[in-house]
Structures are given as structure tokens and as C-alpha cells.
Write a protein that binds this ligand. Structure first.
Ligand code: ACO
Length: 321
């Protein structure tokens, strides 16, 4: 059977690390409050010369290198972001140009923190229908550009970064590698809980992120537990079969609560929120690359990727590495 197989991962972070103590000099907060409520200790913040496309390009190059794939072989680039370089063209096309892989398909996906899951499921569908044979799926964000740095309830939660995977259509055996099942969801009724108060068609400005954290937290735990059960059911597996969960890194308490709901041991959950904070669409591929490079996630492991974000949007994919 034809499956989409992850053959390489890569990631990139801005040069500048900002600790909670650094933030406490700018807004009325403390390292203690941030660590206790979120698990975040530091985040990376892009300087002027670091953009969503430059971070994405660096992550993509690293993924291509680990996959042993040349940029010229890539026929599809899907980039998930809510912070594109420009309103248009799609940031994916800028990455395509920077990598020097012309001629294929390149577009952006906008599903905020779930963007990488949306991009992965879309690329999987396109690969399995023969639109391309090798794809780059990227999550890249510079959320620091849309934060209200006077609002302590949101500015401490986010960071910048990028992650990428090379996805290849391969003919594999039933128990072979590849994406086994994916589910995506959206519910547009809750826009006011998490949104940006600007945009080209409304204010004509970029705007700032606004969030009602407590309500988002409640929805996240319920929705994520549900979608994980759906994806496991589709693949005929149960939670005990999972080797690693790579969740969207929003908040350590959401990760703990979701794992508890599914009876998943905490040791199986990849956590990078302490180092990277919430990097929105970049967080899942960034965490995946971290755990692949430090040797935790190995070939043959069964890995659950999951995320929930603004919209609300949420989704999950079960992948045999
Ligand atoms: N430093 C110090 N005090 C703060 C800070 C801060 N940075 N931010 C808020 N506070 C204060 C509040 O003003 C409030 O004070 P008050 O009681 O005097 O009014 C108090 O801390 C408690 O505020 P709450 O908002 O009730 O705190 P809560 O325990 O809900 O934690 C948090 C807030 C961390 C945002 C939590 O609700 C959360 O994690 N929500 C999930 C949202 C999230 O992670 N979103 C990411 C995007 S969506 C996604 O990725 C899934």
C-alpha cells in the first residue's frame, strides 16, 4: 500500500533566548508565576532579520539533510503559519525560492496552533493521490510580532521557531512506516476566545493576539482527548500501543491533563514547552525533531501527533516512524 512516510525532520530557533526573568523586567510577572501556571522557563524571540520564511527555510534544509533528499526532488511544500512574512504571496513560495526547488506546488495553511496537523493531513492526501512523491511539511511562526507586549496574560506564553518534515510516498507493508490515520476538526463558534484583533480586511493592521486563557484550556483538554480516541479507533489501536505522544506545546498543564484523561504515562509525552514556550504551528514539528535528534523517537516507533488552536481547530495523526 502507498503511505506517506516521514523520512527526515529538522527545526530552527531564533538566536535570542529570553528567560522569564528577562520578561519580568518588561511586564508585571515573575518566573514563579509563569513556571507554576505554564511550565515555561524561556522562549526564543526573532530579531528583525529573522522571519517566518528564514526560520522555515533553515528547518527545511535540516529535514532535507536528514532525509538525504535534494531540494530539487521536492514537488510539494505546505507551510503552516499564522504569522506569514507578507499577507501574500504565501510564505511557502518564499521557502521554495530560497531552497531552489521550483516547479512544484507550494502554499500556506492557516489553522493557527493546529496548522502543522492540517498541513500534514493535506500533504498526506495529496501524496497518496499522486500529486507529488516528495513533500516538505513545515510549521513556522514569529508570534512575537503579533503579541501585545504590555499584556502579561498573553506575552509570556509564546515563542518563535520552525519545524519541518520530509514526507515521501512509499509502497510499504501493512506493518510498515507512514501516517496510519489522521482526523481534523474545526468549530468556528469560539472565535472570541482566541483571535488576533486585526487583519487586512477588517482594521487594515496586523493586530495583536487576544485570548481568554481559562476557557481555551477547558476546550483544549476535552477536544484533544476526543480526537486522540478517534485516531486510535481509526487505526485499530489503543493508547497502550503508543510509544510517544508529541503534543502541541501550549502549556504543561494541558499536556498533563490530556495524558491523564487517556491514561498515558507522563514519560511517553515529549515536552519542550519549558524551553520553547508555545510556538503555535511550529511546536509539534519542533518537538518531534527534538525527540528524534536526542534519540528518544526511533524508526518503528508509534507516535501520536496532536494539536489544538485558534478557530477553534484541532487534529491528530498517528504515525509509524
Ligand atoms: N504574571 C503574573 N500574574 C498573571 C500573569 C502573569 N504573566 N498573567 C495573569 N496573571 C494574573 C491574572 O491577572 C489573575 O490575577 P487576579 O486573580 O488578580 O485577577 C491571576 O494571575 C490568574 O489569572 P488566570 O487567567 O485565571 O490564570 P490561569 O490559572 O487560568 O492561567 C493561563 C492562565 C496560563 C493562560 C491558562 O489559562 C492557560 O494555560 N490557558 C490555556 C491557554 C493557552 O495555552 N493558549 C495557548 C494558545 S491555544 C493553544 O495553543 C491550545
Amino acid at each position: 500500500m502507498i503511505r506517506s512516510v516521514i523520512t527526515g525532520t529538522g527545526s530552527a530557533l531564533p538566536r535570542t533566548c529570553v528567560t522569564n526573568a528577562d520578561l519580568a523586567e518588561r511586564v508585571d510577572t515573575s518566573d514563579e508565576w509563569i513556571v507554576e501556571r505554564t511550565g515555561i522557563r524561556q522562549r526564543y524571540i526573532a530579531q528583525e532579520d529573522e522571519t517566518t520564511s528564514s526560520l522555515a527555510t533553515e528547518a527545511a534544509r535540516a529535514a532535507l539533510e536528514t532525509a538525504g533528499v535534494d531540494a530539487s526532488e521536492i514537488g510539494l511544500i505546505i507551510l503552516a503559519t499564522a504569522t506569514p512574512d507578507h499577507t501574500f504571496p504565501a510564505t511557502a513560495t518564499q521557502v521554495q525560492a530560497a531552497l531552489g526547488c521550483g516547479g512544484g506546488v507550494a502554499f500556506d495553511v492557516q489553522a493557527v496552533c493546529s496548522g502543522f496537523l492540517y498541513a500534514l493531513a493535506t500533504a498526506d492526501s495529496l501524496l497518496r493521490t499522486g500529486m507529488a512523491t516528495k513533500a516538505l511539511v513545515i510549521g513556522s511562526e514569529t508570534f512575537s510580532r503579533i503579541l501585545d507586549w504590555e499584556d502579561r496574560t498573553t506575552c509570556v506564553l509564546f515563542g518563535d521557531g520552525a519545524g519541518a518534515v520530509v514526507l515521501e510516498a512509499q509502497n510499504v507493508a501493512e506493518d510498515g512506516p507512514g501516517i496510519l490515520s489522521s482526523r481534523l476538526h474545526a468549530d468556528g463558534q469560539h472565535k472570541d476566545m482566541l483571535y488576533v484583533d486585526g487583519g487586512p480586511s477588517t482594521t487594515g493592521t496586523v493586530g495583536h493576539l487576544r485570548m481568554r486563557g481559562r476557557e481555551v484550556f477547558r476546550h483544549a483538554v476535552v477536544n484533544l482527548a476526543e480526537v486522540l480516541r478517534e485516531v486510535l479507533g481509526d487505526a485499530g489501536r489503543d493508547a497502550g500501543d503508543i510509544d510517544w505522544v508529541v503534543p502541541h506545546q501550549a502549556n504543561a498543564r494541558i499536556l498533563d491533563a490530556t495524558a491523564r484523561k487517556l491514561d498515558l504515562p507522563a514519560e511517553k509525552v515529549v515536552v519542550t514547552v519549558d524551553r520553547h514556550a508555545n510556538t503555535s504551528a511550529a511546536s509539534v514539528p519542533l518537538a518531534l525533531d527534538t525527540a528524534v535528534r536526542d534519540g528518544r523517537i526511533k524508526r518503528g516507533d508509534l507516535v501520536m501527533l496532536e494539536a489544538m488552536g485558534g478557530g477553534f481547530t484541532w487534529g491528530a495523526s498517528l504515525v509509524r516512524m
